[in-house]
Ligand binder design. Sequence first.
Ligand code: EUG
Length: 538
Amino acid sequence: MTSSTSLTTGVSYLPAGVTAEHFDAAIARMREAIGAENVHTDDAVVREYDDRFPVTDGDEFRGGAVAWPGSTEDVQAIVRIANEFVIPLHAFSTGRNLGYGGSSPMVTGSVLIHLGKRMNRVLEINEKLAYAVVEPGVDYATLYRAVQESGARLMIDPAELDWGSVVGNTMDHGVGYTPYGAHAMWRCGMELVLADGEVLRTGMGGLPGTEAWHLYAGGLGPSIEGLFEQSNYGICTRMGIQLMPEPEASVTFAIYFPREEDLATVMETTLPLRIGMAPIQSVPIVRNIVFDAACVSRRNEWQSEPGPLTDAAKQRMVDEIGSGHWILYASCYGPRWQVDRYIDLIRHTYLNAIPDARFETNETLPVSDGSRLSELLHARHLLNTGVPNRHSAAVFDWFPNAGHFFYAPVSAPSGEDAAQQYDDTKRISDEYGKDYLAQFIIGLREMHHICLPLYDTADPQSRAETLRMTRDLIGAGAKEGYGIYRAHNVLAEQVADTYSFNDHVQRRFNERIKDALDPNGVLNPGKAGIWPSRLRTH
Ligand code: EUG
């Protein structure tokens, strides 16, 4: 530790109340434990982990150092040292939580633990029982390749963008679009490093020699895997994820609805087709034309003035892309005869409800068509058949330096709720002069209304206005009973406050668990508004 003072070079951000000497001593111990080449304090390395979509002007949400553990034992060592020195850690998988803070910590100066940097193995692919076991660094593209290379006839469920971590996305309640789209429903069996450094295997994983760890999420006693999702009670170092057997045939369809006012009818038509898991077997999305346009064009093709987008501009998108104001995408899977029957039934039901809608499939509108419409449909077909891609990342080029928040309220998948949310969100976006770009993601008994409040990440005024707008959206939604399911760092406090039943009993409960499991408050303090007692201000 004699060299510790020289380590201060390059440490730009220290956790509040921690001296440079103390921080350096902890860093030196981490270097000893996992190798000096795996712990960095240089600005050039640490700043790589700044939020790619910066929100604030100050130094908030920045790491002080980064560690690259190579094993569960490495993670244990880091956690134990953090406890000894009372240094905040911020663990993440691949750090692609874009729109929710990316890889940035709640507490400035935290030691970032980039789990995925070296812990990126697919540990098992079991074709017969249809599951895989992955480390945090396995992203959807990697899992897809591993399944292909193994020859297993299994279909993965990718998130919207292929660079997302399977573990990270699942732990944050992310969704995809195949029948296995609700990721938290299909994870089974976790290995966790607890806040005191001990390793826990959940469920059947408690039984030495078991082969059922990734088959059954129960075991003896309470189901605890959910406790580790969107929390800061432990670090997941491996996870089982169950996979759908590859179907004989798959067809993806798109339905183009001609009017904004069709939304409520679309939702009412969808619910009965979806809630029984047939004939709509996948997770349907209902996107507005602006979102689709942003995947295949730049904003200045349609409007050069700032927002909101005019009705004329949106109508031109619809006409020139050949689309609708709302577009529903979903898929059918199974034996060819069944897919054909389901597609027929679905087409008839929607066209009966909205006769001037247009119905296409990836077969009636083949990719060889070369149109933007077929490009969009084909990108959805890839996702819906388990082929990860990053087609939607084009949104980041909608205008120069574009970044975004996610505002994602949950409600019943009803026409009334969709119309109410659309009205509120559109009105508030118009007030702020911002584009409304969104998709509804329809589960079985709920939907997520995924809105992307976009801003110019290089323009402090655009950032501030969009942050204010997003706060207004959260406030307006909460008044109507629409809570958001996942919160950006900068919004976590406000969102936690909206879950206020019985004097915020949920937060108090979460924090009682936090204090019991992590008395020094070192693991991801502040995640989902859960603060350890030493840092709590509410
Ligand atoms: C998406 C879905 C989400 C989310 C963020 C993004 C998809 C984007 C269901 O939740 O939180 C197109």
